[in-house]
Design a protein around this ligand. Structure first.
Ligand SMILES: [Zn+2]
Ligand SMILES: [Zn+2]
Length: 257
């Protein structure tokens, strides 16, 4: 097992404890995302518990009708906590309409401001909202962050890249029908590429149908290295250093084990 595998987006609070133990051993850096009132404290405590677990906190667009401005103030107070390296996931999701568009916009804007204030990268979730997300990236000049679980079109990809954002692909890039997504992958410069599991969701094709865990990230690395025809080790090195760069993580000692 490589010592440089990273999973830049997972929800560790939803992973079974055996899978969690295995994952923190096999993956050298894990970024767990706490994106609602319940998950945020769990993510913070996982960051305290495991040396190689880093934390992003923020409000998912699904939460937009359930939170208020005081939620954003408490989020702000937690941003200085140990291991917090990003704000999010935040953004727009018009696929599931779990929250009004108006509130999705409102809290997306508020969280972008917060991230800028503390000079933290944003983790953007965008689904069925390509044009709207593009507009916000431009109007708010978002230049520090990542488009997580990328599923957008070429225009959104271009806008994100032009603004300096990283692009992260999840296990769905390995699915047989995901040709469009793979075309986007081909277009991403290697120095802007990240990979994630989004565990417990989106298990890569080899383990599809099972609950996903961060250690499954290796299947995505293998797939992407073959698809892009680059050496697996080079891909691991690249994604690893991109992760350190974006999230300003110092080389963790755990990789020397
Ligand atoms: Zn998401
Ligand atoms: Zn997520």
């Amino acid at each position: 097992m490589s010592i440089k595998l990273v999973d830049t987006h997972c929800h560790l609070d939803m992973i079974d404890s055996d899978d969690l133990q295995e994952s923190v051993k096999e993956v050298s850096i894990l970024l767990t995302v706490g994106c609602d009132e319940d998950e945020i404290p769990k993510a913070l405590s996982l960051g305290k518990k495991f040396e190689n677990v880093y934390v992003a906190i923020g409000y998912h667009p699904y939460e937009a009708d359930r939170i208020d401005e005081s939620s954003i103030r408490s989020l702000e107070n937690l941003l200085k906590s140990e291991k917090v390296v990003a704000v999010g996931e935040m953004g727009l999701d018009f696929y599931r309409n779990n929250a009004s568009k108006e509130n999705q916009y409102k809290y997306f804007f508020m969280q972008i401001k917060l991230a800028k204030k503390y000079n933290l990268p944003v983790i953007i979730h965008s689904r069925e909202a390509n044009r709207e997300t593009e507009e916000i990236i431009k109007s708010e000049s978002i230049d520090n962050g990542v488009m997580h679980c990328f599923g957008g079109d070429h225009n959104l990809l271009k806008t994100a890249l032009d603004n300096g954002l990283y692009i992260s692909f999840a296990g769905n890039v390995t699915y047989p029908k995901a040709d469009n997504l793979r075309e986007m992958l081909r277009y991403v410069p290697l120095d802007r590429l990240l990979l994630e599991t989004d565990s417990p969701y989106l298990s890569p094709q080899k383990v599809r149908g099972q609950k996903n865990k961060p250690s499954n990230i290796r299947y995505t690395y293998e797939f992407v290295s073959q698809f892009l025809n680059i050496d697996l080790e080079r891909l691991e090195d690249t994604v690893y250093s991109n992760t350190l760069n974006l999230f300003k993580i110092k080389k963790p000692e755990v990789v020397n084990r």
